[in-house]
Design a protein around this ligand. Structure first.
Ligand SMILES: NC(=O)c1ccc[n+]([C@@H]2O[C@H](COP(=O)([O-])OP(=O)(O)OC[C@H]3O[C@@H](n4cnc5c(N)ncnc54)[C@H](OP(=O)(O)O)[C@@H]3O)[C@@H](O)[C@H]2O)c1
Length: 393
């Protein structure tokens, strides 16, 4: 573990190299990890732990969609797949990965089957932080820990298979056994984290709810939509409006920002783009900061949580959510998006005749590949140059 000064603030960072396989086995070798829930997180985290040599069982409601999916993935009822109460009884670590509304609903079942000394693990601070609303209050005789991957469960699995790792935060809320910390960090590495940074349950949930409602999903879509609509109202074609709003952002600028930062992006664009971006970011910040303050306030006072639980606990919540999602899916912007994405060369099917030709002359195919822009971007020294070229702005 390292203590780093990041922006003048001391932060504790754990890297994968701090927990090599032998150390993981020593800490988790005797544990049975019961993963409760087989949604995106339950599925991704359980597969990664299994591949890291951890004994994993899964607990979900019998014959529900998750039960069927787990069976399809090769889990065996009575051996590695159980109903929820049985899995909790068998687990020495209970990873509570139902949906947040499901966690409130099933809490009495979990509480009544937890064994003394078990570790109760969450991937979100939600249920514990808002315990006055969720009723999730852990008994005194268990550890309460958190590992929250900063990304989808699909990414957790995908990065692991690529030999990379997701960034996750970790937190300890209750240490009954005296081993809560080592258990938490070892589990964090076992589920596929590349590095872990320390937080609290409260800070995790406040930042997470703010982020997903804000810049990660809510705010960004609101901004995209506003710009797209203005361009369309002013007579720009759908493909021009979409390219200028989404496609250029995700295909060209965001990967460069991910690689080098927005400061680099600003320094490596045309002076026209520089002048405009430097003037306008301040105006956008000014009008959106009060909205972010309002959002954080609603997260902190529990309004957002009450809304999530009220709406997502309704019998017909899946149907009403689907109606709203359908509206987004069928809006002009995303219908155009589908068409525009099809135009990316990598998404176009190659004519069959060409494939045959390439098979006969493998040497030529190799040569062609080498000269492609993608291949040249992979070469280190050419990378910056290629990246700069792609940054038209
Ligand atoms: N999604 C993410 O990318 C992400 C990222 C970081 C952290 N997290 C956190 O990780 C946890 C799990 O998230 P998730 O997205 O994987 O969950 P999810 O997909 O929303 O959860 C689905 C699981 O919950 C079960 N479930 C829902 N309601 C239930 C109920 N009333 N009784 C029994 N089972 C119920 C489902 O079982 P059935 O199939 O039987 O319905 C399914 O196994 C949450 O705390 C979430 O905040 C998620």
């Amino acid at each position: 573990m390292k203590t780093l000064s990041i922006g003048g603030v001391k932060e504790k960072i754990v890297e994968r190299t701090d927990f090599p396989p032998a150390k993981l086995r020593k800490i988790l070798g005797k544990e049975t990890v019961a993963v409760i829930g087989y949604g995106v997180q339950g599925r991704g985290q359980s597969h990664n732990m299994r591949d890291n040599g951890v004994k994993v069982i899964v607990g979900v409601r019998k014959n529900g969609p998750s039960w069927k999916l787990a069976k399809k993935d090769g889990l065996k009822p009575g051996k590695t797949l159980f109903d929820i109460p049985e899995a909790v009884r068998r687990g020495t670590v209970v990873q509570y990965l139902l949906s947040d509304a499901g966690q409130k609903d099933q809490w009495p079942v979990i509480r009544d089957n937890l064994q003394e000394g078990s570790a109760l693990y969450f991937s979100h601070g939600f249920s514990v932080t808002y315990s006055d609303i969720t009723g999730v209050i852990a008994p005194d005789n268990v550890d309460v820990i958190l590992v929250a991957p900063k990304g989808s469960g699909t990414t957790v699995r995908r990065l692991f298979l690529e030999g990379r790792g997701i960034n996750s935060s970790f937190a300890i809320d209750q240490d009954f056994t005296g081993r809560a910390r080592e258990r938490c960090i070892a589990l964090g590495i076992a589920i596929g984290s590349g590095f872990l940074f320390e937080t609290t349950f409260k800070k995790e949930v406040y930042s997470d709810l703010t982020g997903e409602r804000g810049v990660l999903m809510g705010a960004i879509y609101g901004l995209w939509l506003a710009q797209y609509e203005v361009l369309r109202e002013k007579g720009h074609s759908p493909s021009e409006a979409f390219n200028e709003t989404v496609e250029e952002a995700t295909q060209s600028l965001y990967p460069l920002i991910a690689e080098n930062g927005m400061d680099w992006m600003y320094a490596n664009c045309s002076t026209t783009a520089q002048r405009g971006a430097l003037d306008w970011y301040k105006r956008f910040k000014k009008c959106s900061k009060p909205v972010f303050k309002q959002l954080y306030g609603k997260v902190a006072d529990g309004s957002e949580t009450r809304r999530v639980l009220r709406v997502n606990s309704k019998e017909d919540y899946r149907e009403s959510l689907e109606a709203e999602l359908k509206e987004v899916r069928e809006s002009e912007m995303w219908r155009i998006g589908k068409e525009v994405r099809k135009l990316r060369p990598e998404n176009q099917s190659k004519p069959k005749a060409k494939k045959k030709k390439a098979k006969k002359k493998p040497a030529k195919k190799k040569a062609a590949k080498k000269t492609s822009a993608k291949a040249s971007a992979k070469k280190k020294p050419a990378k910056k140059k290629a990246a700069k070229k792609r940054s038209r702005k």
